[in-house]
Ligand binder design. Structure first.
Ligand SMILES: [Zn+2]
Length: 391
């Protein structure tokens, strides 16, 4: 059907061109018999419409659609792999099993745009007063401030864990460059006041407090002030074990795993009045069984200490094998649930990764745009009959 219109347009264009050419000839050749431009134009238009009529008549009647019409869906294009930006052993994993649901959430116009990236950054100690960091867990205060400024200047916006969970599960809208700031290991409220409150005041940025639930001397001392901080609404309390100091591994039994996972869920719910949705694996320790138990306890997200790359919707870079160059990062491949073993960047290194994260988002966005029509055609043929048209 649609080829009629371009043919007609071509004829109109050709007709107008003919008028112009004939008019030009008329004025450029004074020795020829005088030609009336108006007559020429009329003739040209008449020729044009004759052509159109012939064209229209030449098209055989289109058969009306019947129930037996079968449209063959196109093959879906490959996914973005982050080649050149990720470590070769770190490969993005998809986790949405239902292709139609994935395409629907990916292309719903009110959801996050394809190429939306999240950088998750892990913080521990921030060293003040000219002190020098003594291990890779620490970052000097000036460098911390530079990191925060650079993130803001590169249009990153901090989100909380609820926003991240909704983004990863349903592609819910978040800013195209998002960052989740996660502070491990239970600090006094003074820490948040000094280091993170300025960014909350200035930009409205939340921060995650990865909370150890043991009611030991530190826990008992810091709980009331942390509850007060929680009630302000900008510090997001998530679970970081109860005992914490014994990481989950193949060397601990299932009872211990449950007491850490379910125990942290119960204690945070009791102490703060809201259930956590994320589990930050203490010491970066997890097992496939522990990841299952975390799901069963009601967690929607889990975080390791492995700096593999940023997160995108249905796109989590993980490794199948240990890397001799980075022996402390446990491979996550055996865990069947990528959202339970999400990577995090380390604070001292994060500033150097901002550009990479930005470029990954840009490339993923460009590839999605290039593949858009094929993916939408697939959705229209395969998915729309059951999932409905894209909103
Ligand atoms: Zn910890």
């Amino acid at each position: 059907m649609t080829h009629r219109r371009p043919a007609a347009c071509d004829l109109i264009a050709a007709g107008l061109l003919l008028i112009l050419v004939l008019s030009a000839c008329a004025s450029a050749t004074p020795t020829s018999p005088p030609l009336d431009p108006e007559v020429l134009a009329t003739q040209a238009v008449a020729t044009l419409f004759t052509g159109m009529t012939q064209t229209i008549q030449a098209i055989p009647p289109t058969p009306s659609p019947t129930a037996t019409t079968i449209r063959t869906p196109p093959a879906l294009p490959g996914v973005y792999l982050g080649t050149g930006y990720l470590n070769p052993l770190d490969v993005p994993r998809a986790y949405i099993g239902d292709t139609c649901q994935y395409l629907r959430d990916r292309w719903t116009s009110t959801n996050a745009a394809p190429g939306t990236v999240v950088m998750v950054i892990m913080f521990h100690s921030i060293i003040t007063d000219g002190g020098t960091p003594t291990d890779y867990n620490q970052i000097e205060e000036g460098r911390f401030q530079t990191l925060m400024r650079d993130l803001h200047e590169q249009d990153f916006v901090a989100i909380d864990t609820q926003q991240l969970a909704d983004f990863l599960d349903f592609n819910a809208f978040i800013p195209p460059r998002s960052v989740l700031l996660v502070v491990d290991d239970r600090h006094y409220s003074e820490y948040f006041d000094r280091f993170f409150r300025p960014y909350y005041n200035e930009w409205g940025w939340p921060v995650v407090n990865s909370w150890i639930s043991a009611q030991d001397s530190i826990g008992a001392a810091s709980l009331p002030e942390n509850v007060a901080l929680f009630q302000e609404g900008w510090v997001d309390y998530q679970a970081h074990g109860v005992v914490h100091n014994i990481p989950i591994s193949d060397f601990v039994d299932e009872d211990y795993m449950i007491s850490e996972l379910q125990g942290a869920m119960d204690l945070i719910t009791a102490n703060f009045g809201r259930a956590p949705i994320a589990y930050i694996w203490p010491g970066g320790g997890f097992t496939p069984r522990a990841a299952e138990l975390a799901r069963q306890s009601g967690y929607r997200l889990g975080f390791t200490i492995n700096p593999r790359g940023p997160l995108m919707y249905n796109w989590v870079p993980l490794a199948d094998a240990g890397d001799p160059m980075r022996p402390s990062y446990l491979p996550e491949g055996a865990v069947a649930d990528p959202r339970m073993v999400l990577p995090r960047f380390w604070a001292p290194d994060a500033d150097l990764q901002i550009d990479t994260v930005r470029l990954i988002g840009q490339e993923a966005s460009a590839l999605a745009e290039a593949n858009r029509s094929v993916e939408l055609e697939y959705y229209d043929i395969v998915c729309a009959p059951t999932y409905g048209p894209l909103p």
